[in-house]
Design a binder for this molecule. Structure first.
Ligand code: COI
Length: 354
C-alpha cells in the first residue's frame, strides 16, 4: 500500500463541549482522501486539513447520486486508549454497496488505513464523557465531470470524523415512530441493501411529515405489498413478541446492519430464540393490542440500541412497554456499549484497538 501523506492543518478548531454535542456537526481538523482512476487504481492516499472539496459542477455524484457511505465509531476506554468496533465489517459492507452502485472495490487494508490513520491523528478529538464517541463517516463518490448517465472512471474515497453523543435528542428515552403508509424507501432489486445516499434522500419527505406530527422517524413498509416491516430511517428494528425476538429478515431491501448482527449474536448467546422473518404491520399492531408486544427497539451505529415507546399507523396508535425502556432493550444497550467502551470482555473479537 502506498504511504499516506500527511499535511497538517495550520489552525485548529476549538473542541465542542461534550454535553452539548449535536450528532454530526462538529467536524475535526483533518480528513482522509484517496483517488481512484480506471487504469491506475487507487492512488495518492493523503490526510489533509478538513475543508470544502473542489467538485466539478458536472460531477456524477451531484446529478446521479453515485455515492455510498458507512458509519462506525471510535471509543475512548477508561485507561485512555482508543478502540474501534468491527471496522472490517464496515469496509466489507462498503464494498458490497460499491458493487451495487458501480463504484470501484477498495482494498480492505487501504479503506481501513484511511480510518485508523485519521483517528490516530485526531485522537484528541475522541471524547471521554459518558456515552460519547468519535463518529467516523467514510464515503465514496463518482466524480466524472460529464452529464451522460454512466459510471465514473474517477472516484474518491474520503473519511471525515466528528465527536458525537446520542443520535436522538431523547437519549435512552423511548422514541415515537410512525409507520409510513405513503412513500416507500426501497424495493427488492433496487438499492435498499446498499448504504447509498439516494435511499436517505428518498426518505426525507416522509421523515419531515413524521417530525411535523411529533414522531422521531418513520418505520418503512416493503415497497411491493406495503405490508411488511423493513427498517426505520437510521436503524434496523427488533421486537419482543410473546417471549420471542423478531426482526425483519435481510430480504434485499433491508440494510444489513452491523449493530443488528451484533445484537442477534448477543441475544443468541443469552439463549433467546431470534426469528429473522417477514413481519407485517398488522401482526405488530395485533400483538400490541392483545398485549403480547412486550418490547420494540432499533439498532444502529448512530442510534446504538434505542427503545421505541410508541408506534402509530394511520389513526392507530399503540404504546410499547408503557413507554419505558424494556428489560431486553436495556440489557442489549448495556452489553453492547460495555464491549464498545472496553468495560466488558469481547468474546466475539469485535474490538480493534488502535
Ligand atoms: C449509522 O448508524 O451510522 C448510519 O449510517 C445512520 C445514519 C444515516 C445516521
Amino acid at each position: 500500500m502506498e504511504e499516506i501523506k500527511i499535511t497538517r492543518a495550520q489552525t485548529f478548531k476549538e473542541k465542542p463541549d461534550p454535553s452539548t454535542l449535536v450528532f454530526g456537526k462538529a467536524m475535526t481538523d483533518h480528513m482522509f482522501i484517496v483517488d481512484y482512476d480506471v487504469g491506475q487504481g487507487w492512488h495518492d492516499p493523503r490526510i489533509v486539513p478538513y475543508g470544502p472539496l473542489a467538485i466539478d459542477p458536472a460531477a456524477k455524484v451531484l446529478h446521479y447520486a453515485q455515492e455510498i457511505f458507512e458509519g462506525l465509531k471510535a471509543y475512548r476506554t477508561a485507561d485512555g486508549s482508543i478502540q474501534l468496533f468491527r471496522p472490517l465489517d464496515n469496509v466489507r459492507r462498503m464494498n458490497d454497496s460499491a458493487a451495487r452502485m458501480s463504484l470501484p472495490q477498495i482494498p480492505e487494508d487501504l479503506a481501513l488505513a484511511g480510518i485508523t490513520e485519521l483517528v490516530k491523528l485526531e485522537q484528541e478529538w475522541v471524547p471521554s464523557a459518558k456515552d460519547t464517541s468519535l463518529y467516523i463517516r467514510p464515503f465514496m463518490v463518482g466524480l466524472d465531470a460529464a452529464l451522460g448517465v454512466h459510471s465514473s472512471h474517477h472516484c474518491q474515497y474520503i473519511v471525515i470524523v466528528c465527536p458525537v453523543g446520542a443520535y436522538y435528542p431523547e437519549g435512552l428515552d423511548p422514541v415515537k415512530i410512525y409507520v409510513e403508509d405513503q412513500d416507500v424507501r426501497a424495493v427488492k432489486g433496487g438499492t435498499g441493501m446498499a448504504k447509498t445516499g439516494g435511499n436517505y434522500a428518498a426518505s426525507l419527505r416522509a421523515g419531515d411529515r413524521a417530525e411535523a406530527n411529533g414522531y422521531s422517524q418513520v418505520l418503512w413498509l416493503d415497497g411491493v405489498h406495503r405490508k411488511y416491516i423493513e427498517e426505520v430511517g437510521s436503524m434496523n428494528v427488533m421486537f419482543k413478541i410473546a417471549g420471542k425476538i423478531l426482526t425483519p429478515d435481510l430480504n434485499g431491501s433491508v440494510l444489513p446492519g452491523i449493530t443488528r448482527r451484533s445484537c442477534i449474536q448477543l441475544l443468541k448467546d443469552w439463549g433467546y430464540e431470534v426469528e429473522e422473518r417477514r413481519i407485517s404491520a398488522e401482526e405488530l399492531f395485533e400483538a400490541a393490542e392483545n398485549g403480547t408486544l412486550e418490547e420494540a427497539w432499533g439498532t444502529g451505529t448512530a442510534a446504538v440500541v434505542s427503545p421505541i415507546g410508541e408506534l402509530a399507523m394511520g389513526d392507530k396508535k399503540v404504546t410499547v412497554s408503557n413507554n419505558q425502556i424494556g428489560e431486553i432493550t436495556q440489557r442489549l444497550y448495556d452489553a453492547l456499549t460495555d464491549i464498545q467502551w472496553g468495560r466488558a470482555e469481547d468474546p466475539h473479537d469485535w474490538i480493534m484497538k488502535l
